[in-house]
Design a protein around this ligand. Structure first.
Ligand SMILES: *[C@@H]1O[C@H](CO)[C@@H](O)[C@H](O)[C@H]1NC(C)=O
Ligand SMILES: *[C@@H]1O[C@H](CO)[C@@H](O)[C@H](O)[C@H]1NC(C)=O
Ligand SMILES: *[C@@H]1O[C@H](CO)[C@@H](O)[C@H](O)[C@H]1NC(C)=O
Ligand SMILES: *[C@@H]1O[C@H](CO)[C@@H](O)[C@H](O)[C@H]1NC(C)=O
Ligand SMILES: *[C@@H]1O[C@H](CO)[C@@H](O)[C@H](O)[C@H]1NC(C)=O
Ligand SMILES: *[C@@H]1O[C@H](CO)[C@@H](O)[C@H](O)[C@H]1NC(C)=O
Length: 626
């Protein structure tokens, strides 16, 4: 009976807490992708839903061999051969604004022809978060990476960067919303910082587990807790309890009570409890320590007090868990962010009262300053160029062009604009890459371009006149292509231009006059081997230069001249016809007229022959004059 009632009460309590939870807030956003999967997948025992593969930029699906015990039991993965480009991404959009845990499990292709585990770099939102270490596929908590970040723009981009050690292969990607106040560590985590999970240890536990396995709240992000039964010293031992832990699953981090029900405790022989982890040097690390006094022997404050040192420096002095938590079986979380210069991070619990120190769980994060991104306008311009020139896959223009800084897009030179905290493109070198198509007008959005080399491709069509608006352009090499039409006048306005190679194209027409003046200032221009350029030293001259007005004038004059000629010819013809007609009439019935005709002929002759003939005229005179 007693048992029935308590069980009933427990059910009621669970129901109330469930109702409270579900009424106070919705479920967190959760997106889980099974990479390479053609269908949605469900995995047991937690009945977890995985979406079929989407939002990737390339790669190939393949069967996966599960690399670790803790990896989700998914059958497929996606891998990215280097021939398809060194940068590959998943671009997930419509992710609600908020804080997220992004987790990526890596995979190994199930095919004897593939080499061993691949080694590659991983970036999230353009920030390099992790480089896979050799041997990862045999270390459970190295078969995935997790990072905590703030998503503002609805987009999460996760990219895999080849390093020449096999083809990156990914089993799953999870984007799990966590509480907006979760993991506030006194640093400016959120906007400018990404926390990479380095370690989560459930001290004194024997088996690994996820929050979901422990019945944890989904707002905690389904954390993975690695088991550890000794810190590697003879002087520690595991302790555990079944008792309920108070203040465990509370806002904002919802730590499940399971992690507080076990602990590692130091022994009489060695009162200090030390945990050491190998880390990357010269980084900042955040350490979260979880405590709950689960020793029945401790009954009041002051019985067990210890200092906590991180790499020898006191991080917390006189920690009295009983006092600070307010009771036994009550959770306490302490956190500290420290710079680490060396390759190891050591946490020491050093008793000052009582002989034993203890700890229930440890979380360690690397604090990574988030990279600034590339100007979105310039990214779009590059994407337009990628499409217009049919850039081959091997370029791998995916993700952000400039970041992570160790993996920029090939052929793209970047510069950091300190005034605006933004990356900009200052150079493009795509020479001899077998590119075709024509240049998009949008190229002019690359406002910071200083050098553009597209030499030795098969690019057709006109040189966009908008290129003339990139005022920073110093070097423009479009030689050995198939550009046609004329050189835009706007190119003449590029006052910084020092090298202009347009040789070996199909250009014609007059070279902008403004370029001529520039030649004097040590500029190097090459216009040779084109279809018909003119008007520069070394090129044919373009002939007289006529304005439109002049051309109209000339056309008008020609028209008048033609009209005059036509009129004159008409007059002459008419006159000739008249004469002929007159002659005909005279020869028929008019001697008078004939005489007159004779006279006129005689007069003409006299004019030609002078004095001799004038006599004849005089002789016939009277008849003629009457
Ligand atoms: C994956 O395995 C299935 C059988 O389980 C097989 O039918 C399929 O062809 C495999 N796919 C690849 C890409 O090897
Ligand atoms: C970390 O410690 C600071 C005080 O030092 C506290 O304000 C903050 O809430 C703690 N964060 C967590 C996640 O415990
Ligand atoms: C570590 O944190 C300090 C103080 O916030 C900061 O000045 C320093 O740049 C950080 N170092 C790294 C490597 O992020
Ligand atoms: C452009 O690339 C070609 C081919 O690689 C090279 O010969 C030429 O010097 C480059 N142009 C400039 C201006 O650097
Ligand atoms: C330039 O070449 C394209 C074909 O590549 C042609 O359609 C266009 O008319 C040409 N333009 C000029 C000005 O010759
Ligand atoms: C222009 O380039 C051609 C190669 O296409 C070269 O032979 C020529 O010497 C260059 N002319 C000038 C003036 O630099």
């Amino acid at each position: 009976m007693q048992h029935r009632i308590s069980s009933f009460l427990f059910t009621l309590l669970t129901l109330v807490s469930y109702l409270h939870r579900s009424s106070s807030r919705p479920e967190p956003f959760a997106l889980r992708i099974s990479c390479g999967a053609r269908q949605n997948v469900k995995t047991q025992p937690t009945n977890t839903q995985w979406s079929k593969d989407f939002a990737y930029t390339g790669g190939h699906p393949a069967n996966a061999s599960i690399s670790s015990y803790i990896a989700p039991p998914l059958k497929t993965l996606r891998y990215f051969p280097l021939s398809d480009g060194p940068e590959n991404c998943y671009n997930l959009n419509r992710v609600p604004r908020g804080h997220y845990a992004v987790r990526i499990f890596y995979g190994v292709v199930k095919d004897p022809n593939f080499g061993d585990e691949p080694l590659f770099d991983v970036s999230i939102e353009g920030t390099h978060v992790y480089s896979l270490k050799s041997g990862w596929s045999s270390v459970e908590d190295q078969s995935f990476s997790e990072a905590l970040l703030f998503v503002k723009d609805g987009l999460v981009s996760v990219c895999f960067h080849s390093t020449g050690h096999g083809d990156p292969a990914v089993l799953s990607i999870e984007v799990l919303q966590i509480d907006d106040k979760g993991y506030v560590l006194g640093t400016n985590w959120g906007d400018g910082v990404i926390l990479r999970t380095v370690k989560r240890l459930a001290c004194g536990r024997g088996k690994p587990g996820f929050d979901a396995d422990y019945g944890g709240d989904p707002w905690g992000g389904d954390r993975y807790w690695g088991p550890i039964q000794t810190f590697g010293q003879s002087g520690d031992r595991a302790r555990s309890t079944e008792s309920v832990i108070k203040k465990a699953s509370v806002i904002p981090n919802f730590y499940t009570q399971k992690i507080y029900q076990h602990a590692l405790v130091s022994t009489d022989g060695k009162p200090d409890l030390d945990y050491t982890l190998d880390v990357e040097p010269n980084r900042n690390y955040s350490v979260l320590l979880h405590f709950a006094e689960i020793d029945e022997a401790v009954t009041e404050a002051g019985q067990r007090v210890f200092d906590i040192l991180i790499n020898g420096d006191v991080a917390f002095k006189d920690v009295d868990v009983f006092r600070m938590a307010g009771d036994r079986f009550t959770a306490l979380v302490l956190n500290k962010t420290v710079p680490v210069n060396g390759r190891s991070l050591t946490i020491t619990m050093h008793p000052t009262k009582g002989n034993h120190a203890f700890v229930n769980a440890i979380e360690i994060f690397e604090v990574i300053p988030a990279e600034y991104r590339t100007s979105i306008e310039e990214v779009r311009a590059l994407q337009a160029l990628k499409g217009a020139l049919g850039l081959p896959l091997r370029f791998g223009w995916n993700g952000d062009p400039c970041v992570p800084q160790d993996h920029p897009w090939s052929g793209v030179d970047c510069q950091f604009d300190k005034a605006n905290n933004i990356w900009v493109i200052d150079g493009l070198g795509l020479d001899n890459q077998g590119l075709w198509g024509s240049l998009p007008n949008d190229m002019s959005k690359l406002h910071h371009l200083q050098s553009l080399n597209l030499s030795g491709n098969s690019i057709q069509g006109p040189i966009p006149s908008t290129l003339g608006t990139i005022t920073s352009l110093e070097t423009l090499d479009l030689s050995f292509n198939m550009f046609n039409g004329s050189i835009p006048e706007t190119i003449g306005q590029l006052t910084s231009l020092r090298t202009l190679n347009l040789n070996s194209n199909l250009l014609s027409g007059k070279v902008p006059a403004a370029l001529g003046g520039r030649l004097l200032h040590r500029a190097s221009f090459n216009f040779t081997a084109n279809a018909g350029l003119c008007g520069m030293p070394g090129l044919p001259s373009c002939g007289p230069h006529l304005s439109t007005g002049a051309k109209i004038g000339i056309a008008f004059a020609v028209l008048i001249a033609v009209a005059l000629i036509v009129t004159c010819s008409a007059c002459w013809w008419k006159r000739r016809q008249n004469i002929l007609r007159a002659q005909k009439i005279a020869s028929r019935d008019a001697p008078y007229a004939k005489a007159r005709t004779h006279f006129s002929r005689d007069v003409q002759m006299s004019r030609h022959h002078g004095q001799e003939n004038s006599r004849t005229a005089t002789e016939n005179g009277p008849t003629l004059l009457s």
